[in-house]
Design a binder for this molecule. Sequence first.
Ligand SMILES: [Zn+2]
Length: 310
Amino acid sequence: MKLIFLGTGGGRFSAINQRRMTGGFRIDNLGGKNYHVDPGPGALVRTYQFGLDPRNIDGIFVSHAHTDHYNDAEILIEAMTRGMTQDNGHIIGAKSVLTGFDKWGPCISKYHQTKSNLIEIESGDVRYFDNCLIKATPTRHGDPVGVGFQMEYKDFKISYTSDTSYFQELVEAHMDADILIASVLRPGGRSIKGHLCSQGFINLLKEIKPKLAIMTHLGLKMISNNPIGEAKRITRITGVKTLAAFDGMSLDINFNNPARARIVSLKDVDAPFHGSNNNLSRFERKNANKLAIKHGETDEFAQMDKRFNH
Ligand SMILES: [Zn+2]
């Protein structure tokens, strides 16, 4: 199994300025199936950027009705269903995401809900799909029906808190996790409402004792304050191996020993096109203009020009 992070920024401000990406993460090759979790803004683009294929997704999980978690869900559903021409895959989501709840959602249109198996979950629900069992876990966050999950495959348990503050039931819900993935917005002990800070995460880890912990969905304060150092500090305090996820991080997980996951930094296959090489992008712009002129794409403007000159 692989865990692949297509975005590790969290919170609305982190998402708006894209200091870190916000594409969520993928659980690949879990019993031969691939799942995309919380595809925020850019999930489709990041999928290609890190050399993956959105068409090989077998399920999409959306935890709650916040843009940084659901934004790219519909376009990924289109990829999963070959442009809505084939019945395929599962869409797993909170009530706010699929049906709508109060002022929240729905985040996925009725049209996009017609080609996949819908699994609407609320905290405490247990469902089976493919070869997995999924248990919806509670959250305390803006969306009152938002959920996290614990997924179980052959006795191996992957837990994801999604966005939530710390509370006692959270510990019970994620107990026995082999891997715990948490949204940790801020470093230190000062959390903002509805989110975990490092201290809340430490409290969780001390009680749950997973074999591997990963913090993601990092807010601006965390990003600016050495998240890797923070993860090392958390490891020291809790005795649980803790990683701070980074964009393009891929973890090869061995079910027998998840703490010894191999960390790979995925190559940005599109880097030359994304402006990291200024000369190349200037060159491309120049050529694009030339091509546009050649193909008559600027005719409209030329005619407008003529009209104004008369
Ligand atoms: Zn949220």
